[in-house]
Write a protein that binds this ligand. Sequence first.
Ligand code: AMP
Length: 215
Amino acid sequence: MRLVFLGPPGVGKGTHADLLAKNLKVKHYSTGDIFREILNESSPLSKKLEKYVNSGELVPDEIVFETVKKALSNGKSEKGWLLDGYPRNKNQAELLDTFLENRGEELDFAVYLYASPEVLIKRLTNRRVCSDCGAIYNLINNPSRIEGVCDRCGGAVIQREDDRIEIIKRRISIFEEEFRPLEEYYKSKDILLGVSAEGDLENIAGKIEKGLKVG
Ligand code: AMP
C-alpha cells in the first residue's frame, strides 16, 4: 500500500504514520525527520535548509522532491510505503504522481488528519522530541519517564526550534494557504480519506485503519 499523510502541524501525522507503518510492515518516510537529520550535520545542504526549517517556512519544492525521490528509490518495496509531511502543496503532489507513474505505480490513499487550531497549538507547545531517535513525547499526556531523557534510546529530549508559539502560528497559516488545492486534487482522484484527529490515540488509529480497510 502506498500512502501519503496530510494535515496541519501538530495533528499527529508522525505518530499515526509510525503506528500504521508498523502494522502494515511498510517503510515510513517523513520529510521533516529527514531534514532534521540533515540539519544535525554541517553541510552546504544543511546551511540551505536551516533558514526554512527553523522558521517554519516551506523548503523549495525541487529540494524536497529530490529528498523524496532518494528515499523512495532506496525503499522500492513490494508492500509499499507511507510518506508523512509530503506533499505540502499541489505542485509537490503532481511531482510525486509523475514519479510514480514512471515506475508503474500509484498512490492508494491520501490520509487527511484534521483538528481545531486550539488543539494543534496545545499539542505543539507541549511536544518534545528526542534529538537522537526522533521519538515524540508530550508534556501533558505522554512525558518521558525521566525529564529530558528519551525512554527509547537515552538521547536528549528537547523542544523543536519550530515548536515555539510564533512559528507554530506561521506553520498553521502556511498549511491553510496550501491545503485547499491539494484537497481538491486528491478528492478529484477519489483517494482522499479524512479523519478527525481529536481525542483518543487508539480511537483515531482505528478510524484510519477502518477507512483504509486494513483494520
Ligand atoms: P514537519 O516535521 O513535517 O513539521 O516538517 C518540518 C519542516 O520541514 C517544515 O516546517 C518545512 O520547513 C520542512 N518540510 C518538511 N516537509 C516539507 C515539504 N513537503 N515541503 C516543504 N517543506 C517541508
